[in-house]
Unconditional design. Structure first.
Length: 308
């Protein structure tokens, strides 16, 4: 294998990046049901302060004939060229806590070299843990909460959140390979699969992007802006309900999916995240004690937004 570091260019100051940050990743490619990964990358880069650190080489990783770049033609000549970007960013969440974000296209070529390059950056930057997101279409109704399946080696996440646990062979992605290599190296890694209603898979589904952000918060403790996506989601679901109301065949389909969904959850319940290991709810005193611990940690870290 050729030197993995030659597949990217350092465009920011890596030496100034604090060690021990979370890495969040989402690459568009084989499956992006509900445009979840696309929304995630665009939303975080638009809403949060971000600095590009590393830019990957399109000529090494991209098949231009299968994903042609967009160009602007004005009357008689070409005026703009819009190449795709695969990049690593340093980003600050809503409380000012920094994390790393890998976003852009899934490489068409050289997956092993790409994985080695990302693993080298993870080691170089002292990344604490890696969390990634993608989305697949599933026979589930939009009238129920959006669920996730969790892969990786973080048992606390898979036990509490992973609703669908098949044993199967599947078409892999570049991020699947990276997760596999990270597990081999003993690095903490989790992958969230957002389960999008199959009949909405080709749409831009804001509620699914909100679920992705909420899942990332659970995995990392980072706080992300969601108000705009939630508002878009309400408008989107309103339009869907109008279509369902006027289409009896679609109503029957959704009712069938609801029955199957509810039956599956009855047979495969998830443990409540509000209970302890013995299934008991915490007392008011225990909740207050945990809140005080949380606020004390925020004060010690000097985080913005601490209630002092």
């Amino acid at each position: 294998m050729r030197d993995p570091e030659t597949v990217f260019e350092v465009v920011g100051d890596l030496a100034s990046v604090p060690r021990g940050l979370d890495l969040i990743a989402g690459l568009t490619g084989f499956a992006d049901a509900g445009a979840v990964v696309t929304q995630l990358g665009e939303h975080l880069l638009e809403e949060l302060d971000a600095t590009e650190l590393v830019l990957f080489d399109n000529d090494e990783l991209l098949d231009y004939r299968s994903r042609r770049p967009v160009m602007t033609f004005e009357e008689t000549h070409l005026t703009e060229f819009h190449p795709q970007r695969l990049a690593l960013h340093l980003v600050a969440d809503e409380l000012g806590k920094e994390f790393l974000l890998l976003t852009g296209y899934e490489p068409d070529l050289q997956w092993e070299r790409f994985s080695a390059a990302v693993m080298g950056l993870i080691d170089r930057l002292g990344v604490a843990r890696t969390t990634w997101v993608h989305a697949i279409p599933m026979p589930v109704p939009h009238t129920r909460p959006i669920r996730v399946t969790v892969s990786g080696n973080r048992a606390e996440l898979t036990e509490a959140m992973s609703i669908w646990r098949p044993t199967t062979q599947l078409p892999g992605t570049a991020m699947h390979l990276l997760e596999y290599r990270l597990q081999e190296a003993g690095h903490s890694v989790a992958g969230f699969v957002i389960l999008v209603p199959h009949y909405l898979g080709d749409t831009t589904y804001p509620a699914a992007a909100v679920t992705a952000l909420e899942s990332l918060t659970t995995a990392t403790g980072l706080v992300f802006p969601t108000d705009e996506l939630r508002e878009e989601g309400r408008d989107f679901l309103g339009r869907i309900e109008e279509q369902v109301t006027s289409n009896q065949e679609l109503q029957r389909l959704i009712e069938s999916l609801e029955r199957r969904h509810d039956s599956y959850l009855e047979e495969n319940p998830l443990p409540s995240q509000l209970t302890d290991s013995e299934g008991e709810l915490p007392t008011a005193d225990e909740i207050a004690e945990e809140l005080q611990k949380f606020l004390a940690i925020r004060r010690d870290e000097g985080e913005p937004g601490s209630l002092t």
